[in-house]
Design a protein around this ligand. Structure first.
Ligand SMILES: CSC[C@@H](O)[C@@H](O)C(=O)COP(=O)(O)O
Length: 350
């Protein structure tokens, strides 16, 4: 297992003082290798290539990219060009633009000061870990003892500053002895569930069973699932949720079977400027990711592929949205606005 942080969970993002060191998530679980990014273009490339992925982790990484950019740029205009390059790396996770906006605020109108920006990047990382711990506690309160949960993609330490969003709730509920079972969807085509979530939970000694994504509705019909618990890449002002492709199918199946859907996301993932899910840019990636698996071509030669890597779940299918500032049941415009307006210190439990 790779080096851990203060919270005994894996740390995917490290600042050496000179460069950004990223645990290369493309290689997991077979190999634990580190990719060192010495300039902001390398950081943007690493985000686009999914060396680092997961909305909060992308935001933290972009913040460090802004620090490197401040060292490289000779003036403010040059720094802005580096930020624009970082912001274009992946379109759906709003945490990326949230982080660069925060770095801009710290920089003010001046030539950005790398030391001040580094302190802000550290703060963004630390705040994310604290938010995850808080969300874990709030979300776990919703889970009745003896529950079965199903999660999707990877929302753990690898996807965040540490501990995780949806996986943080699952870690907390497991530690409290509330869980009968944990299932994780394999998450085709990139296999974040099979490769990353399983790796994190096995490392923690938390039992997990994988399912093929297509098995989810049948698992729910068997009565094994009380809560589907997922993260988010962006929550629109009306509560619609962009998350890993397959989340919408899980939400529809969950509602059909009377299973709860919990979305766990820090406020850095809530986007008041995007009115609804229809306004969220959904990333489409290379069809090769679908036509091949583990580097081996699996589809018949000549077949094409449609590869959106996120989907939109309407707010009406979300039973509870958990943030570090409290939980909102059946989120809507009013509930999202209330959470965004809550002071940082206001932490309401359900
Ligand atoms: C805490 S991570 C929340 C989301 O970012 C996660 O569910 C997800 O969809 C990640 O997608 P990815 O394409 O792996 O970056």
């Amino acid at each position: 297992m790779a080096a851990t942080d203060d919270h005994d969970t894996v740390r995917a993002i490290r600042w050496s003082g000179e460069a950004l060191e990223l645990l290369d998530q493309r290689e997991l679980p077979a190999r634990e290798t580190t990719l060192t990014c010495a300039d902001s273009a390398a950081v943007a490339d690493a985000i686009a290539a999914m060396v680092v992925r997961g909305a909060p982790a992308i935001g933290i990484t972009a913040a460090w990219g802004a620090v490197l950019a401040a060292r490289e740029a000779s003036d403010r205009t040059g720094w802005e060009a580096h930020l624009a390059h970082l912001e274009a790396a992946r379109p759906t996770a709003v945490n990326l633009a949230w982080a660069t906006a925060r770095m801009r605020r710290v920089a003010g109108e001046e030539q950005p000061d790398p030391e001040r920006l580094a302190a802000e990047a550290e703060a963004i990382h630390a705040e994310d870990v604290a938010a995850n711990r808080r969300m874990g506690a709030i979300g776990a309160e919703y889970i009745q003892p003896g529950s079965g949960v199903l999660t999707h993609c990877n929302t753990g330490s690898l996807a965040t500053g540490g501990f995780g969003t949806a996986l943080g709730v699952i870690r907390t509920a497991h530690a409290a002895g509330r869980l009968r079972s944990i299932h994780a969807g394999e998450t085709r085509p990139w296999l974040q569930g099979a490769r990353l979530t399983a790796w994190e939970l096995v490392a923690d000694g938390i039992p997990v069973e994988l399912i093929a994504d297509g098995a989810a509705a049948f698992l729910m019909a068997s009565g094994a699932v009380n809560w589907v618990i997922v993260g988010a890449d962006r929550v629109a002002a009306n509560g619609d949720v962009a998350n890993k492709i397959g989340t919408y199918s899980l939400a529809v199946a969950a509602r059909h079977h009377g299973v709860g859907l919990m979305v766990v996301a820090p406020r850095s993932t809530l986007d008041a400027a995007t009115p609804s899910g229809a306004d969220i840019p959904v990333e489409g990636r290379d069809p090769e990711e679908l036509l091949a698996c583990g580097g081996h071509r699996i589809a018949a030669e000549g077949a094409g592929a449609w590869n959106p890597v996120f989907d939109i779940t309407p707010a009406s299918l979300v039973d509870v949205l958990v943030t570090e500032a409290g939980a909102v049941e059946r989120p809507d415009n009013e509930g999202i606005a209330r959470i965004l307006a809550a002071p940082a210190s206001e932490e309401k439990s359900p």
